[in-house]
Design a protein around this ligand. Structure first.
Ligand code: KIV
Length: 284
């Protein structure tokens, strides 16, 4: 069957048909190409780049310029998937005008189809302003890493009925404001299922159970690139970090023992040319 580029309408149809939506994060062109070729529906250039590729302590130091570079690379490496750029902390929080300008950069400069921003309630107006400027916006509720300091740490959100009801209200408000999708991070499974049933737009879960309309993982987590802490909700599909370390150690041993480079990895010069070279340089 001929493969078609994924549009927003494709994702909405998937929800309507009960077909799961697949999303992974990506931060560079070759990874985007591999995920795209594997048939992943949508690639999120997450500000998780701060932790997983830029070496920051968390997502908050990530800048707009960094996100534009990473998103451009992902867009260049993608032929079919729907590319979403994640608006970094403080790129949409101060004024709506600045939020629109920064969202516009993701589309105009980086080639993203949509942007994502974190937060409910007060963020609904900002989200609506960006949508009215013609840019699809994905919401993000539950654990919102950019404001983790306000949430008491990286923990499940919506465990009490009151907190869960607030997340449901925020979800409905973001949908009314024009959100095209909603990421639900670390929300109890039955709360995420309830939200997914109540919304017409697709929900994409991360640590929020199987009943969301789709799932997202940070690609470095699922590929096992990142050493150290792996959240409970991550399933590791590979151990690339260990494979990278093994390959680097083998390379080091090869270079040190002269096993690499071999003749097959080198370029030769004709004997006659080499003889001429020797005579040309002998008096230098
Ligand atoms: O930044 C990110 O990668 C995200 C996903 C975890 C949803 O927001």
């Amino acid at each position: 069957m001929e493969r078609k580029r994924i549009e927003l309408a494709t994702l909405l149809q998937k929800k309507a048909k009960g077909e799961k939506i697949t999303m992974l994060t990506a931060y560079d062109a070759p990874t985007a190409r591999a995920l795209d070729d594997a048939g992943i529906d949508t690639l999120l250039v997450g500000d998780s780049a701060g932790n997983v590729v830029l070496g920051y302590r968390d997502t908050r130091p990530v800048t707009m310029d960094e996100m534009i570079v990473l998103t451009s690379a992902v867009a260049r490496g993608t032929r079919w998937a729907y590319v979403i750029g994640d608006m970094p902390f403080m790129s949409y929080n101060a004024t709506r005008a600045e939020a629109i300008r920064n969202a516009g950069r993701f589309v105009k400069e980086a080639g993203a189809e949509a942007v994502k921003l974190e937060g409910g309630g007060p963020m609904a107006g900002t989200l609506q302003a960006i949508v009215q400027a013609g840019i699809p916006v994905v919401g993000h509720l539950g654990l919102t890493p950019q404001t983790v300091g306000m949430l008491g740490g990286y923990r499940v959100q919506g465990k009490s009925a009151e907190n869960a009801a607030r997340i449901v209200r925020d979800a409905l408000e973001l949908e009314s404001a024009g959100a095209c999708m909603l990421v639900l991070e670390m929300v109890p499974d039955r709360v995420a299922a309830l939200i997914s049933r109540r919304l017409k737009i697709p929900t994409i879960g991360i640590g929020s159970g199987p009943d969301c309309d789709g799932q997202v993982l940070v690609v470095h987590d699922m590929l096992g690139v990142r050493a150290g802490f792996t959240p409970k909700f991550v399933k590791r599909y590979a151990a690339l970090g260990e494979e990278m370390e093994r390959a680097a150690a083998e390379y080091k041993a090869d270079v040190e023992s002269l096993a690499f480079p071999a003749a097959a990895h080198s370029f030769a010069i004709d004997d006659a040319e080499y003889a001429r070279l020797e005579s040309l340089v002998k008096d230098l």
